[in-house]
Ligand binder design. Structure first.
Ligand code: ZN
Length: 583
């Protein structure tokens, strides 16, 4: 379906339009929304041709999903769930920057070809900064992307927030550091925590209404429980009960809607960004992977770390779902597309219930065809590139997600302190690198113990090295990309991969070279997490995530060959559904 400009803006600003805000009241930033001043030289703002070239880094892909297996009730509920999901776009762009909504409206009134290119880039990035280019602005006058998003007052600094957090009592700390509060100034100028249910009340109220209507139509009791629970969470700000209902979802429709990931809060990785994945379960693929969940305790018991750091009893529930994406919104549809996720993030809930891993199969297939194969042809040695396989790509992404749940989660000797809290701003990079490299460790372990098809053995390392180059192109500010640079440097230093004379890379599997390098880095990262040593983590991220010349040359070749960096999904099945506010 062709999406017109007006429709896209109306969708992103859906809530503002529905609560009756006139265009004029949004047309200029209020004093509290003034652009963040940018120190240093002013970046060059791209012209139309340059901006279109940069936007083409995300290759358009039409995403279609079969709906013929749905019951009549679920089919009727689906458009309402998608409508609620659209509201997550509105909330997310507001969380990225307080000036975003006003800016989007002004872009929508620009009918020039440059204006159109800018609007397209805004929709891809959910703001005026190019996420794949280190967050450089593509519009004049917007300054730098605010590192702490709009979760904190525009006139504060990270230091001021940290000092304020230090003055709070235990209960106030929990609220102020929580996933589901913003920090705002009271009329007297004091800092205070504001629940999302208040901060984003109008939109969450509307989303709750849509989810309840959908629940009334659905024939699936587990879906009804999640939708009703999530509606209650939007209104009451307590997400735990509905997280548990989400863990128990067991039907054709698998929605994930609400505030989840914390990457957008670059100050503390504390505040959750709104997103939605509306997906349809792939039953056959889900069944074929179910046995891997049962192998997790065995992997944990054999992690290459001190035995005392292993968890003798993992959470009971560890469902794996393979789904196809019908619709994504907010944090789930900006810049690089999510291929899989592991939720919930709340440590208290996950200790009780474990986490669920969701693999977005149609998104992964599109990435493999459009991105990974063209990369492999250009960066791997001829011998290695012929082993790259979708099966290995898909299974490693699953293992990455599973491994987020393994290894130390609490700091040794301080059981109430999570690794996430201790490592703060360094956490995302370290944790992503850990999930990647220990995922490869786990694949090897499962192959050695006959749990996986032996045919995968020759595919896992070459496929993994190709994925390194894929992730490195996500931009230097992205947690996965920085985590990958760290791993690549470690494997180069260990001689597990080497550059050839023609600039391609060769994997050294013989004699266990790469296998031992993978174990060593797994051990190093997990041991660092257990120590909770913030200074060491910051040092590691600063010193070991640099891009070396050989890698930079390979990345340059990929750019020159115009290999896209990622995909830009067009949700054609969702667009054809119809619904209250769908185009
Ligand atoms: Zn991850």
């Amino acid at each position: 379906m062709k999406t017109s400009k007006g429709v896209k803006v109306a969708v992103l600003l859906g809530a503002a339009a529905l609560v009756g805000a006139s265009a004029s009241s949004w047309s200029s930033p209020t004093p509290t929304q003034k652009p963040i001043s940018s120190p240093g030289p002013t970046p060059k703002i791209p012209d139309r041709a340059e901006l279109e070239r940069l936007s083409a880094h995300l290759a358009p892909v039409d995403l279609r999903v079969k709906l013929d297996g749905l019951s009549a009730g679920d089919r009727a509920a689906l458009p309402l769930i998608v409508d609620a999901a659209r509201l997550m776009d509105t909330l997310f762009i507001r969380q990225v920057w307080a000036g975003n909504e006003a800016l989007l409206l002004s872009l929508a009134t620009d009918a020039t070809p440059l204006g159109h290119a800018r609007l397209h880039a805004f929709v891809q990035n959910k703001g005026p900064w190019l996420r794949l280019e280190g967050d450089v602005p593509f519009l004049p006058g917007v300054g730098q992307k605010p590192e702490g998003g709009a979760f904190y007052p525009a006139d504060t600094t990270k230091d001021e927030i940290a000092k304020w957090l230090g003055t709070l009592g235990p209960a106030e700390q929990v609220a102020a550091r929580g996933f589901f509060t913003t920090v705002r100034r009271s009329p007297e100028g004091r800092l205070q925590a504001v629940p999302y249910s208040v901060e984003y009340g109008p939109e969450l109220g509307r989303a709750a209404g849509l989810l309840r209507q959908a629940a009334a139509l659905s024939s699936d009791p587990s879906l009804r429980a999640y939708l009703e629970g999530r509606a209650g969470a939007f209104l009451g700000n307590d997400y735990r009960e509905s997280d548990r209902a989400w863990m128990r979802l067991d039907g054709a429709i698998e929605p994930t809607i609400g505030p989840y990931e914390v990457y957008e809060d670059g100050w503390f990785n504390a505040k959750a960004a709104f997103e939605a994945f509306v997906t349809i379960r792939d039953d056959a693929a889900t069944r074929s992977l179910a046995h891997l969940g049962g192998a997790l305790q065995d992997i944990e018991d054999h992690l290459p770390i001190a035995p005392g750091l292993r968890n003798p009893k993992l959470g009971a529930l560890s469902p794996i779902r393979v789904v196809n994406s019908l619709f994504g919104a907010g944090d789930a549809n900006r810049g690089v597309q999510t291929a899989a996720f592991n939720l919930p993030n709340d440590d208290t809930t996950t200790r009780l219930t474990g986490t669920k891993r969701t693999l977005l199969k149609n998104i992964q297939e599109a990435k493999f065809e459009k991105i990974l194969l063209p990369i492999a042809r250009r960066v791997l040695s001829p011998a290695d590139r012929q082993h790259v396989s979708f099966e290995a790509f898909f299974t490693h992404i699953l293992m990455h997600e599973l491994m987020h749940g393994l290894g130390p989660h609490q700091v040794t000797g301080r059981p109430t302190v999570s690794v996430r809290a201790a490592l703060e701003d360094a956490y995302s990079v370290i944790e992503e690198a850990k999930a990647d490299i220990s995922g490869l460790f786990a694949l090897r372990y499962l192959l050695d113990h006959g749990v996986l098809e032996p045919a995968l053995a020759s595919a896992i390392y070459p496929t993994f090295v190709a994925t390194f180059f894929r992730a490195l192109r996500f931009g230097s500010t992205e947690a996965h990309a920085r985590g990958v640079a760290l791993q690549l440097n470690a494997l180069l230093d260990a001689g597990a991969i080497t550059e050839r004379a023609d600039g391609t890379f060769e994997v050294h599997a013989a004699g266990g070279t790469i296998t031992s390098a993978v174990s060593a880095l797994t051990a190093e990262l997990m041991t660092l997490e257990a120590s909770g040593d913030h200074a060491a983590a910051v040092r590691m991220v600063r010193e070991r995530t640099v891009i070396r010349p050989a890698i930079a040359r390979a990345l340059q070749r990929l750019s020159e060959a115009k290999v896209p960096v990622d995909i830009e999904p067009r949700f054609v099945t969702a667009a054809a559904l119809g619904g209250a506010s769908s185009p």
